[in-house]
Design a binder for this molecule. Structure first.
Ligand SMILES: [Zn+2]
Length: 223
């Protein structure tokens, strides 16, 4: 897994070359974040005692998801008669595709590229990180959320965009730093139950970043 915040940064980095179309950059960044929302399915399965195996890096990480999102938003754009929905759909599709490629390259896991028809691809077969590094990967999620939200805030202030959302953004940025500082030692000292408590905060942080990205869409469009 690349950290979700890294995915968001990679999406935002395309703004220099992306066409300036309404909601397009929003789609790219949300598309880069979207696939890891499959962790909700993992959480629900775990809480209900079902088997969470095969829920992560499958149905949201498939080329068919990219196609489906494209078709869905094409239809919405036609029904609404507004091209911004089409731009959003193209951005989302591209963003999801970028997420999949990045997941394949970094790191230590594969992706079920052709779900539901299989197609598991893993460049990291048989390679696992050192234990201490593996433990750091989870709290590092909060570090990259904090960095991404901090960048959004800095960009918004210099462009004077989305100023009404800045106080909320700032509170969440601070919360991400606090989560990072708390969960880093916990990852090393908790022998049992870490993933449950980490998972709850991770889903909260990912959802907040998703919502804040929507609220900061003018900043993304102009950056
Ligand atoms: Zn992923």
């Amino acid at each position: 897994m690349a950290q979700a915040g890294i995915h968001a940064f990679v999406g935002a980095a395309t703004r220099k070359i992306a066409p300036r179309k309404e909601w397009f950059m929003l789609g790219i960044v949300l598309g880069n974040l979207f696939p890891d929302l499959d962790n909700y399915a993992v959480a629900i399965a775990t809480l209900t005692g079902s088997d969470p195996h095969g829920l992560h890096r499958t149905f949201t990480h498939s080329v068919f998801t990219v196609l489906l999102v494209g078709i869905l938003f094409f239809i919405v754009a036609r029904l609404q008669g507004q091209s911004k929905w089409f731009n959003l759909g193209i951005g989302l599709g591209l963003g999801i595709a970028m997420h999949i490629v990045l997941d394949l390259v970094i790191w230590f896991n594969g992706v079920e590229l052709l779900w539901p028809f299989g197609g598991w691809v893993n460049f990291w077969e048989g390679i696992s990180p050192p234990v201490w590094f593996g433990k750091l990967l989870n709290p590092a999620e909060f570090l990259f959320f904090a960095l991404f939200l901090g960048w959004l805030g800095k960009t918004a202030r210099s462009q004077q965009t989305d100023s009404e959302a800045l106080p909320t953004l700032r509170r969440w940025t601070i919360a991400m730093w606090i989560f990072f500082l708390i969960f880093t030692p916990l990852a090393f000292v908790m022998s049992k139950g870490f993933l449950t408590i980490f998972g709850a905060f991770y889903l909260l942080a990912l959802t907040a970043t998703f919502v804040l990205t929507v609220r900061m869409r003018r900043t993304l469009a102009q950056a």
